[in-house]
Design a binder for this molecule. Structure first.
Ligand SMILES: C[S@@+](CC[C@H](N)C(=O)[O-])C[C@H]1O[C@@H](n2cnc3c(N)ncnc32)[C@H](O)[C@@H]1O
Length: 404
């Protein structure tokens, strides 16, 4: 991947030579070129800014040096190729792990670091005539210049490039990879004393029981996310039917209501198949308690009443598959678009490296199959392993563009 950075403080970008990104450059995975904006100025004072039209505090970066600098960057690339231009700014779209993944796919990025009150607005329009331009914000606060934002963005993207982080597995369970924060991590010693206080590593981590460790870590991810970042649970697209509902991660306290909702939602399937002898009816609180540590279960409430739920996870037997399960909307609220939005939300949580989204339903559940087909699923060409009376439906993850 090639990265060009235009700035009036080239030395600000020196840390990109260090650590993993420095090594990635030496290994030829990343090529970073830093350009001094003042090099393209033509006056004696190498002026890049002037007073704002309309008055007001501060200075504004002049358009001509930026146009010249960007032309110079583009002229220096492979014939026919153009970079995606990123202009950092507090008014841009928010930089996220998802955006880092998306941008890490680009072969060539150029960054324009503003200073002062920012860059003359006409530069954005001029650049958009020649390049794809994105204005991206590091967060809802104001920095003095774009350089710190570039350091953060390049580091977040760079570590996703194949070969940059030695153990690619360490990228998989990190915070923000599937909508949850990471579990707490510990190293030696198992028992650590400081200021007269001894703190132990949670015993489960010393047990050698990999299943128990995985369940504990998952429970920790859920607990942390709910406590520290409840906003991550609110679907980004909650502007329609979901906007009126309260989203939360399911906890044991939700289980009695979840059992009732499950029974209510599976009655049509029981009626169609002529039996109540299948897990949505036979599962009780113990089975659902266990499922809370094996799946990430979301619930939605309307005026306090639990009205919808879905659970998601990586398939324990094939981590390229993102499983959705126990997808339900209270019968009296069906047909209002809630289900479609929940499906979209659950799919949006799929880690970037999964290749298939999977869901299972009763062979006789024509309505469900219709809903899933509408959401882009197709019947899998194999017999379901879940139960002979069910079918598997699969689809490819949506591209970011589809998610809107
Ligand atoms: C002092 S800021 C200009 C802020 C601008 N007057 C405004 O209120 O939106 C100068 C430069 O810092 C960078 N910058 C400031 N805050 C940023 C943020 N949250 N994310 C990315 N870049 C930022 C941008 O390059 C911006 O042009």
């Amino acid at each position: 991947m090639r990265i060009d950075v235009v700035t009036i403080f080239p030395e600000y970008l020196a840390p990109l030579e260090l650590s993993l990104l420095g090594k990635a450059q030496r290994d030829g995975i990343l090529q970073i070129r830093v350009h001094d904006l003042r090099e393209v100025t033509t006056d004696r004072h190498r002026t890049v800014d002037d007073t704002p039209y309309g008055g007001g505090a501060g200075m504004v970066m002049k358009p001509e040096p930026w146009a010249a600098a960007l032309a110079r960057v583009c002229a220096d690339g492979p014939t026919g190729q153009r970079p995606v231009l990123i202009i950092p700014g507090p008014g841009g779209e928010r930089f996220t792990q998802q955006l880092a993944r998306e941008l890490a796919q680009e072969p060539w990025l150029a960054f324009a670091c503003g200073r002062y009150e920012g860059i003359d607005e006409r530069v954005y329009a001029h650049a958009a005539d020649h390049l794809r331009v994105r204005t991206i914000s590091l967060g809802d606060y104001v920095l003095n210049g774009g350089e710190v934002a570039v350091l953060a963005m390049v580091e977040a993207m760079g570590r996703l490039l194949p070969g940059v982080v030695g153990n690619a597995e360490s990228l998989v369970e990190e915070s923000h990879e599937d909508g949850l924060l990471e579990y707490p991590v510990y190293t030696k010693p198992a028992s650590w004393t400081r200021d007269g206080v001894t703190r132990e590593v949670p015993p489960v981590l010393l047990s050698g029981d990999h299943g128990a460790i995985a369940r504990w870590r998952h429970a920790q991810r859920l607990e942390r996310t709910a406590a520290r970042r409840p906003d991550l649970l609110a679907p980004a697209a909650a502007v329609g039917a979901l906007a009126d509902l309260d989203a939360a991660l399911a906890t044991p306290a939700d289980l009695p209501e979840l059992v009732v909702l499950t029974r209510a939602c599976w009655v049509p399937e029981a009626a169609a198949s002529g039996t109540f002898d299948f897990p949505p009816f036979t599962d009780g609180v113990p089975e659902l308690t266990a499922s809370l540590s094996e799946w990430t279960t979301y619930v939605w409430r309307a005026a306090g009443r639990l009205v919808a739920s879905i659970r998601v996870r990586r398939d324990p037997e094939d981590d390229r598959v993102w499983q959705l399960g126990r997808f339900m909307v209270a019968p009296d609220l069906q047909g209002r678009g809630i289900g479609q939005e929940i499906l979209t939300f659950a799919e949006s949580l799929a880690p970037r490296d999964v290749s298939t989204i999977w869901i299972n339903t009763g062979r006789v559940s024509e309505r469900n199959i219709r809903i899933y087909r509408k959401a882009g699923f197709r019947l899998a060409p194999w017999d379901s392993q879940v139960h002979p009376a069910t079918v598997d439906l699969i689809k490819s993850p949506r591209s970011r563009a589809d998610k809107g």
